[in-house]
Design a protein around this ligand. Structure first.
Ligand SMILES: [Fe+2]
Ligand SMILES: [Fe+2]
Length: 200
């Protein structure tokens, strides 16, 4: 359980982020990395790999939304219309940058980076963990429900995902924005998983 990057790779990637991201975003990335590491320990997943994915999750933000697009379109697992929402592009764009610029081919890491902007069906526990770490890391501006999500994320990834998706639905509703259908599909799948766990 020792991650997928060499110490040299990790140092070079860290320098790339520190230089390319604005300072608050870099701090958020460090917070996400530490939170992902802690959640991985709690859930029996690879803690160093979780740290790496947390650190790298926003690397697509080194580029602005327009510049992210030509990278993001190259990601093979896009949902229909995913890239029409500019905020969602930096996940897939980041995964393509890590794959093509840095030669990283670890599926779990690339999927977690690509998948942190939009919940969808079939997310692995590792991707869920990074998705949640991004939302609850300590440098996040507090929002209603963050403390509850922090608690639940330590205990149950599926329940935390359901909570996070519902919170996001309400947030989008307040803003008069539409939810991407993939998130509703993810919520349905996760609720089915929770029901199955409850019956087991
Ligand atoms: Fe992000
Ligand atoms: Fe983030």
């Amino acid at each position: 359980m020792s991650g997928v990057l060499s110490a040299e790779q990790l140092a070079a990637l860290d320098a790339w982020l520190r230089e390319g991201l604005k300072e608050s975003r870099y701090t958020h990335s460090l917070g996400t990395a530490e939170t992902a590491r802690r959640l991985a320990v709690a859930h029996g997943l690879d803690a160093d790999a979780a740290y790496e994915a947390g650190l790298l999750h926003d690397c697509g933000r080194i580029y602005d939304k327009e510049a992210q697009l030509p990278y993001a379109v190259q990601w093979p697992q896009l949902e229909p219309g995913e890239l029409d929402v500019p905020m969602l592009r930096h996940g897939p764009a980041g995964a393509v940058l890590l794959r093509d610029m840095w030669g990283i081919d670890d599926r779990q890491l690339l999927d977690a980076v690509a998948g942190h902007t939009l919940a969808r069906r079939g997310m692995s526990d590792f991707t869920k963990l990074v998705f949640l770490a991004d939302l609850i890391e300590p440098n996040r501006e507090p929002w209603d429900g963050i403390e509850k999500l922090r608690l639940v994320a330590e205990q149950d990834l599926n329940r935390a995902m359901a909570l996070a998706i519902r919170e996001n639905q309400q947030y989008l509703q307040r803003q008069g924005r539409e939810e991407h259908p993939a998130a509703a599909a993810a919520l349905q799948e996760i609720e089915e998983l929770i029901n199955k766990e409850d019956k087991a």
